[in-house]
Design a protein. Sequence first.
Length: 98
Amino acid sequence: MTPTVKAPEIDFMDALEAKIHEASERLRALRSENRALAQKVADLEAQIAERGEEAAVIDMAGAANEANEEWRLERDAIRQRVESLASRLEELLEEGEE
């Protein structure tokens, strides 16, 4: 039995396929993380609303604004990375169709 030799094009496709799988897994993880963060914010906002204590709201306002800003920045960074990965995957799909 003669061993099969892969053509360089196939090796390239294997590497590309691995990278696409890796990127799609990362994309799933980022989406999941984004959903978890959104749920956490919703839970925290619900807790604040339930307390209804004016003093707690006043004390937490500064920290909440800072935390919300940090969360927003992190969310924006994750969104940009996800959009970039999705764009790359779309480009790869379009190239594959040609």
